[in-house]
Ligand binder design. Sequence first.
Ligand SMILES: Nc1ncnc2c1ncn2[C@@H]1O[C@H](COP(=O)(O)OP(=O)(O)OP(=O)(O)O)[C@@H](O)[C@H]1O
Ligand SMILES: [Mg+2]
Length: 252
Amino acid sequence: MKLAIRDLSKVFVTGTGEQVPALDGINLTVDDEEFLCILGPSGCGKTTLLRIIAGLDTPTTGSIQVDGEALSGPSRRIAMIFQEYSLFPWRTVLDNVSFGLEVQGRDREERFAVARKYLDLVGLASFERNLPYELSGGMRQRVAVARALATEPAALLMDEPFGALDAQTRNLMQTELQEIWRKTRKTILFVTHSVDEAVFLADRIVVLTERPGRIREIVPVQKCPHPRDRTCADFVEIRRHVLDLISGGSSD
Ligand SMILES: Nc1ncnc2c1ncn2[C@@H]1O[C@H](COP(=O)(O)OP(=O)(O)OP(=O)(O)O)[C@@H](O)[C@H]1O
Ligand SMILES: [Mg+2]
């Protein structure tokens, strides 16, 4: 899926009538099958941008085109994975993953077959009868990834999906997501606070300024081949450049 974001701005109006500019003049084209990371300080509008692309919120000015057509609300072709775990606690893993297909009215046999295919892809085939509380944080986010993939969208929007995980699990999930992307070739927009995570995953990194978020720079990472070696010279150099862009400070 190709996305073209033109002159997009968002101003929130709070309960007291105060205007909060969240995004300002965003121009960005996301290519089909691209893995794009969005990096920026807290409150710079990253979640807002994903919500607008998902059709869950509307821009104040500007427009978004999806494969050449104006975006007009939520679409089955775009799935979002949220910042916090968002599984249904009372549903089994299998019922969580097949939820979107249930909403689409697909019959039980078909939805379970599709759900099992994606549970297998994220390595959780043997946990289909478990409830979310019985899983670790990393496993729960894998269920969330499988649930998003099950409706077979063309694009995945991921809002800091690994932010709550310990460093080791997070690295593992990054490697797995790369593998899933390689196999499924979705267009992925991935929000993160971690420079290291962005350089590991992305084709290009969009670095945003402080609120209101504007594009500071778009950093290409394609010259590092996958799977990326965090110690290779290009990786280290790009990482340093992005760090300089966001603060000159530390990464995580
Ligand atoms: N519904 C809303 N009403 C008013 N202001 C809002 C609303 N949603 C977001 N904002 C404001 O817009 C700005 C951007 O919020 P957003 O959640 O997009 O930031 P973010 O970059 O995702 O931050 P974080 O990295 O902390 O998740 C913030 O200042 C926030 O307070
Ligand atoms: Mg956010």
